[in-house]
Design a protein around this ligand. Sequence first.
Ligand code: ADP
Ligand code: MG
Length: 636
Amino acid sequence: MSDKNSYVFEAQTKQLLDLMIHSIYTHKEIFLRELISNASDALDKVRFNSLTEPEKYKDVEDLSITISIDESSRTLTISDNGIGMTEEEVKNNIGTIARSGTKKFLEQMKSQKNSDNNIDLIGQFGVGFYSAFMVADDIILETKSEDSDIGMRFESKGDGNYTLENIERTTRGTDIILKLKPIAEDDSEDYIDRYTIQRLVKKYSDYVRFPIKMDMPKQTEPDEKPDDKKDTIEYETNTLNSQTSIWQKNKNDVTTEEYNEFYKMHFHEFEDAIEIIHTKTEGIIEYTALLFIPSRPPFNFTQPEFEKGLDLYSKNVFIMNKCKELLPDYLRFVKGLIDSPDFSLNISREILQHTNELKKISSNIEKKVLDILALMLKNNREKYEKFYGEFGESIKMGVYSDMQAKDKLINLVLFKTSTSDDKYISLTEYKDRMKPEQEFIYYATGDDAQSIERLPHMEAIKDSGYEVLYFTERVDEFMANSAREFEGKKLRSISQGDIKPKEEGKEKTTDANVTDVLTAMKTILGDSVFDVKETDRLRDSVVCFVSKEDGITFNMAKVLSESGNNMFGLKAEKILEVNTTHPLFEKIKNEFESNKESEMFKEYTHLLYDEACIVLGMPIEDPKLFTQRLSALMLK
Ligand code: ADP
Ligand code: MG
C-alpha cells in the first residue's frame, strides 16, 4: 500500500471551497440533494454498463443508496454501490472543476461583488460535490471502481489541500463521509437528525429510482407502553423514497410544487418553470413526456456550448441526456424528458438518432408545445408576455428559419407599435385594427422605440392613422422577409416603396416646374441615387431616403454587411424623396428658376442628400466636404 499523498486544489476549486465554507446560504440542505444525485448517477452507470457487460456488473438488482448516521461523532455517511472511481477519476472528478457550469458559476461570482448574489448563485448552479462543505468541515470519500483492485481514500478539510491514499476495499462503490460542523445558534436544522434527513430525501429525492435506505427508530407498537424501561433505541431499515418517477405518476397526483422540485433538481434550475407539460401518448408509439418551459434562459443560452435536447428514458431507465433530435432549434429553451418503452436500452446513440420513432415523437412534442403556447397567449396574456420577453427571439428565429412551423409561429409573435403604448400586440390584433383602405402591415426598424419615432418616415404615416410595428431586434426584419405576409396582408417597411395606396385610375401628377427641379437634382447627384421624387410621407422634414420597392431595405443591407453575410454585395438603392410643400424647397426652387446653372442650387442639393444620410444614421460619404458646405452657408 502506498503512503498518503497531499495535493493542492487548483485555484478555482479553492475559491469555490472558500465560498462554500463561509457560506451563509440559507438552503444549505441542498448538499444532500447533490450527493444523492451523484450517487444515483453512479448507480445509473452500473445499470447501463451491465447491459453490455453483464458478467462484470452482476448486482443490478441490488443497487441502492444508504445513509448512515452516527450522532456521537456527528458523522453523516452517504454510500452507494455505484460505479466508483479509480485514482485517476478521483483526481479528475473531485480534485478539479471540470464542469463548465461550475466554471461559469465562478466567473459570475467574480463579476458580482455583492455577496448576497453569490449566495443566490449557489442555488442556481447547484455546485455539486463541493456544496457538502457548507455543512461539513471534514469530508472523506472512499471509493472503489470495478477497474481497480484497491480502493482510494480522499480527504479534505476544505483548506485548499486534499490527501489521497490507497485503502483496502473489496466492494465497488463510494462512501461520502461528512464530519458535520458543530450546530450553530442560527442554524434552523441539524443534519444529524434522522427526521430532518428523512424529510429532505422526500423533498428532493423522492423520485430517485434506487432505494435510499436509512435506519429509523422502530415505531413502538400501540399496545406497548411508551414508558417501558428501554435505554437503547431500536432501529429498523426504512426506504425513504417512493422511487416512482414523477413522470410515471398520474398528473392529478402530482402538485405543481412537486413538479418544480423535480425540475430544479434534475435540470439544476433555481427558479420555477413558467409552464409544465406532462402528457402520455398511447397508440402507434407510446411515450410519456414531461416538459418544462423555464422562466428565464440559462446563462449560456446564446453561447455555442449551449446544448438543446430532452433526456431520454425507457421504462424509467435512463438512456441518454440532451437528445437534440427531440427538439427543433427554435424550441431549444425547452427542458424535459421523454420516457418510451419503444426504445431498447442498448441501442447505440447513432442508430437511435435516426429512428422513425424519435422523429415522430419529436414532431408530436413540437406540436404540443406550440398548442400550449397558443393557449397561453389566448388565456393568460400576462404569462405569455413574460415568456415572450425571455424567449420571443427564439420564436422569431423559428419564423425565419423553420419553413414548416412558420405559419403557426407567426401567430405567436408580438410587437410593440407606434400606437400600442409600449404594450405588445399580435399580428392578428394589428390586422383587426387596420384602416379599411390600408394595404400593408407596416414596420419600422431602429435601435429602440425612440429612434424609430424620430424617423422622418413616421411623419405622414402617423397622420394617416396607420399603426407601425417597431422592429428593434436584428432578427425582426429577417423574420418579416421570410414570412412576407400575414393572412393576405404584405409586411412592408415604412422606408420602402410607396406609402399611400395608389388611387385607382389616377396617376399621381407632379407640377411640371417641380419635376424640373427634381430632375436637375437627380442630375447633380448622379449615381448616388436611383431617383429623386416628390414625397407623400413627410411633414416637417424636407428629405428622406426610401429604398426601392423590389430591393432590400437599408436596415437589411446594414445588417448583412455587418455580419459579413452579404456575399452577393446586395445594396439598398436610394431614392431621395423631397417634401415639395416645405418652405426650404420653395427657396431652392426659386434659386433654380432664377439660374439653371446656379452653384448655390448644387450646394443645396448635396447638403440635402447628406441630411437624408444623417437622419437614417448612415455615414456621410465625405464629412469634410459636408462641413465646408455647411460653413460656407453659415457665412452667407
Ligand atoms: P456533477 O455531478 O454535476 O458532475 P459534482 O461536483 O456533483 O458534479 O461531481 C463531480 C464528479 O465526481 C461527478 O461527475 C462524478 O464523476 C464524480 N462523483 C461524485 N460523486 C460520485 C459517486 N458517488 N460515485 C461516483 N462518482 C462520483
Ligand atoms: Mg453532481
